[in-house]
Ligand binder design. Structure first.
Ligand code: B12
Length: 218
C-alpha cells in the first residue's frame, strides 16, 4: 500500500472510530508526506463521515455518533487547511461572496470548507453561518454589494430553501444582480438547473472553479 493511500485510510478510520487524536496525527502526517490537503479532506475524512451517515440512516449509529464524527472531521480539517496554498491577494482579487447554509439546516462542515477555500483563493467571503433565513442572504448580498451568493443545503427537506432564495430574488426584481451557486450533500446539477441557479459544484475545489467562472475571472 502506498504512503498516500495509507494516510487516507488512517484519516477515514479515525473519523469512523471517533478518534480525534488519531485524526490530527494523520492530518499532520499527510501534510508532512506532501499529500494534497484537499484530497486528504475529501478522500480521507469525508469518506469516513459518509460511512457514519450511512450507518446512521440504517439505524446502526445514532445522533451522538454524528456529533462525534463531525467534531473529529472539523478538528482534522483545521490542521489540513493550513496546508492549502494561498493565492497572493493583491494579484488576483476576486469577487465578494456571501456564504451560508439555508434556514432550518445546521450542517456547516462542507460550507465551512467551501468558505475557507474561497478565502484562500482571494474571494472576499462573508460567512453568514448556518440556519440562515433567506431574507438575511438577500439583505447581506445587497448591503455588501456581493457578486455571488453561495448556498449550502445538506438535507432534502432544506433544499427548497435554495429555490426560495432564487424565487425571492426574482420577486424583488434583483435576480440579475447576483449569481447564485448551490451545493451540499443531496444537491445535484439537475436540481441546480431546475431551480434556475447559476452554478453547482460537488466539492470545495470545484466550487472555487465555478465561482471564478461566475464572477468572470475564471
Ligand atoms: C456530520 C453530520 C451531522 C452533524 C453536523 C455538524 C456540523 N457542524 O455540520 C450533526 C450531528 C449536527 C447533524 C445533525 C442532523 N443531521 Co446530519 N449528517 C451529518 C453527516 C454524517 C455528514 C455531513 C458532513 O459534514 N459531510 C462532510 C462535508 C465535507 O461534506 P458536504 O457537507 O457534503 O460538503 C461538501 C460538498 O457537498 C460541497 N458543498 C457543501 N456545501 C456547499 C455549498 C456550495 C455553494 C457549494 C458549491 C458546494 C458545497 O463541498 C463540500 C466539501 O467538499 C451527513 C451524512 C452525509 N453523507 O452527508 C448527515 C446527514 C446530512 N444528516 C442527516 C440528518 C437527518 C440530520 C438530523 C435531522 C438528525 C436528527 N434526527 O436530528 C440533524 C439535522 C438538524 C438540522 N436541523 O439541521 C441526513 C439528511 C438526510 C436527507 N437526505 O435529508 C444525513 C444525510 C444522514 C443520513 N444519511 O441520514 N448531522
Amino acid at each position: 500500500m502506498s504512503v498516500r493511500t495509507d494516510i487516507l485510510d488512517k484519516l477515514m478510520n479515525a473519523v469512523l472510530q471517533f478518534d480525534e487524536k488519531a485524526a490530527i496525527e494523520a492530518a499532520e502526517e499527510a501534510l508532512e508526506a506532501g499529500v494534497d490537503p484537499l484530497e486528504a479532506i475529501d478522500k480521507g475524512l469525508r469518506r469516513g463521515i459518509a460511512v457514519v451517515g450511512e450507518k446512521f440512516e440504517q439505524g446502526e449509529m445514532f445522533l451522538p455518533h454524528l456529533v462525534m464524527a463531525a467534531d473529529v472531521m472539523t478538528a482534522a480539517s483545521k490542521v489540513l487547511e493550513k496546508g492549502i496554498p494561498k493565492e497572493k491577494l493583491s494579484e488576483t482579487q476576486q469577487g465578494i461572496v456571501v456564504v451560508g447554509t439555508v434556514k432550518d439546516d445546521i450542517h456547516d462542515i462542507g460550507k465551512n470548507l467551501v468558505a475557507g477555500l474561497l478565502k484562500a483563493n482571494s474571494f472576499q467571503v462573508h460567512d453568514l453561518g448556518r440556519d440562515v433565513p433567506i431574507s438575511r442572504f438577500i439583505e447581506s448580498a445587497e448591503n455588501l454589494n456581493a457578486e455571488l451568493i453561495a448556498v449550502s443545503s445538506l438535507m432534502t427537506v432544506t433544499m427548497p430553501g435554495q429555490r426560495q432564495l432564487i424565487e425571492d430574488l426574482k420577486e424583488l426584481g434583483i435576480r440579475d444582480k447576483f449569481k447564485v451557486l448551490v451545493g451540499g450533500g443531496p444537491v445535484t446539477e439537475d436540481w441546480a438547473r431546475e431551480i434556475g441557479a447559476d452554478g453547482y459544484a460537488a466539492n470545495a475545489s470545484e466550487a472555487v472553479k465555478v465561482a471564478k467562472r461566475l464572477v468572470g475571472r475564471g
